[in-house]
Design a protein around this ligand. Structure first.
Ligand code: LLP
Length: 451
């Protein structure tokens, strides 16, 4: 693969780091030409810990978790916020989520095991996935998880059977595909009709399966779930989805005589990856979704259900940055300038996979203007191994520390050991202190599982 031709007419934006808007972690600042996050000098941290390094702004994460919780509770008392752990998973983030009184969305046995390892209260865990294995279901039911979000008819029978074997009645949700399209990358659009997720509403299939769930032994259907996609900028589709779901709950009540008491509208709120993006705020998202549910319930004369949402990206994306060291510079006349960094698609696959955009700065030149257009490429054996294509950057020298912003979500959690690259360490910073919360992998870790 070769990259699409560089836009050689593109002009660098001349911005300094402080002018990068919403992509900056909340505590980011510039002191003495260096980027600081959480009161910690990112240049010193990179020297001490080495690069590639994931850095997370703890105050930023806690602020967003609290903002979510309060934004919903203040508008809708019977509500809970689940942190979607697929966005960024390690023990520390789960401890923080528990400490901030969030519930948890796990999407399989591994995420559940991590939650159990930190003693996350099982009754606050929701288990997702379109193909949970019988083993994963058994683990989840045995652990006493709060809800299993059933994704198919086959799974409904499995959950019922396993719960029966374990002698429990498992509370469940059913995931519905409401047929709502959102404007995002097709790989992360999930609510549309052609989806591997959930029960389709086509031919009234979901409605019929709800009856099966109500009749199944060993499960208790308490609510419905939908997740229409991720990195959404427009909020209207959430309103549409809420209306469709409440209408379905109303039909269940009137035709089956059963009241579903909970509704989970999933995650999906978008974040800024570039300086000129202005996504909706957490408060605007809370306003739209809570109003939509209240309006729909008023329309159908339904009691207000417990309302749940499952944000991942909008809690962690902007809190995270990745630090790299510049190793090689190559200028191809009239084509592009490559700035090669010491990581790449192994620590951030999003650019190669989705054509994602990122902003970057040179942490040791943070107060200088970004005067060049460059392509930040990685060290992997593929031409498509890029982290940021045609981005503005200060003039780079070998040994500079590059900080790429908004990498807190879906970078570490989608990382790999491609080309034998050990995964980076993760450092949480707060109040001038840096804590390594996940150590850097060693070469020995790479073949630890090999016989
Ligand atoms: N709930 C469910 C059932 C989900 O599938 C997801 C994300 C979320 C909640 C959290 O959505 P968020 O608030 O983070 O948008 N790897 C892609 C994103 C995949 C999203 C998968 N599901 C990316 O890097 O953009």
């Amino acid at each position: 693969m070769s990259l699409a031709a560089s836009d050689t007419s593109k002009v660098a934006d001349g911005r300094t780091t402080s002018e990068l808007g919403a992509v900056l972690p909340l505590t980011a600042e510039v002191r003495d030409n260096h980027l600081f996050v959480g009161g910690v000098d990112m240049v010193n941290l990179a020297k001490e810990q080495g690069t590639v390094l994931y850095v997370m702004d703890e105050a930023d994460i806690r602020t967003r978790m609290e903002t979510y919780r309060e934004a919903f509770r203040s508008r809708y008392e019977n509500s809970d916020v689940l942190y979607a752990s697929k966005a960024f998973l390690n023990k520390e983030i789960l401890r923080i989520a528990a400490d901030e009184h969030l519930c948890l969305d796990v999407s399989g046995g591994g995420e559940l095991a991590c939650a159990q390892a930190v003693g996350f209260p099982a009754d606050r865990i929701f288990v997702h996935g379109n193909n949970k294995t019988p083993q994963e279901l058994r683990e989840a039911i045995a652990a006493g998880v709060g809800r299993i979000v059933v994704d198919s008819r086959i799974e409904l029978a499995r959950v019922s059977e396993i719960a029966g074997e374990l002698g429990v009645e498992q509370p469940i949700f059913m995931r519905i595909t409401p047929g709502v399209e959102i404007d995002t990358h097709e790989y992360i659009r999930t609510g549309c009709e052609d989806s591997k997720f959930g029960f389709t509403m086509l031919n009234d299939f979901a409605f019929k399966c709800i009856k099966d769930a109500l009749e199944a032994p060993h499960v208790k259907l308490v609510g419905l779930h939908c997740h229409i996609g991720s990195q959404a900028f427009a909020l209207k589709p959430f309103r549409e989805a809420a209306h469709i779901m409440v209408e379905l709950m109303d039909r269940v009540r009137s035709e089956y005589g059963y009241t579903l008491t909970e509704l989970d509208l999933g995650g999906g709120l978008g974040v800024a990856y570039t300086a000129d993006q202005h996504p909706a705020s957490i408060d605007e998202f809370a306003n739209m979704t809570t109003e939509a549910v209240k309006d729909a319930c008023a329309e159908f004369n339904m009691p207000l259900p417990r309302l749940l949402v499952e944000p991942g990206r909008s809690i962690v994306a902007n809190a995270g940055i990745t630090l790299y060291t510049v190793g090689i510079l190559k200028t191809l006349p009239n084509i592009r300038k490559y700035v090669a960094i010491d990581g790449g698609m192994s620590d951030n696959i999003r650019t190669a996979l989705y054509g994602a955009d990122y902003e970057a700065t040179i942490a040791n030149k943070a107060n200088e203007q970004r005067t060049e257009i460059v392509t930040l490429c990685g060290k992997h054996c593929e031409s498509g191994d890029v982290v940021a294509v045609d981005v503005s950057l200060q003039r780079a020298d070998i040994g500079d520390i590059v900080a790429v912003f908004s990498t807190g979500a879906y970078c570490h959690s989608m990382s790999s050991n491609y080309n034998g690259q050990p995964r980076p360490a993760i450092v949480f910073v707060k109040d001038g202190e840096a804590r390594v919360v996940t150590r850097r992998e060693t070469y020995a870790d790479l073949f630890e599982c090999d016989i």
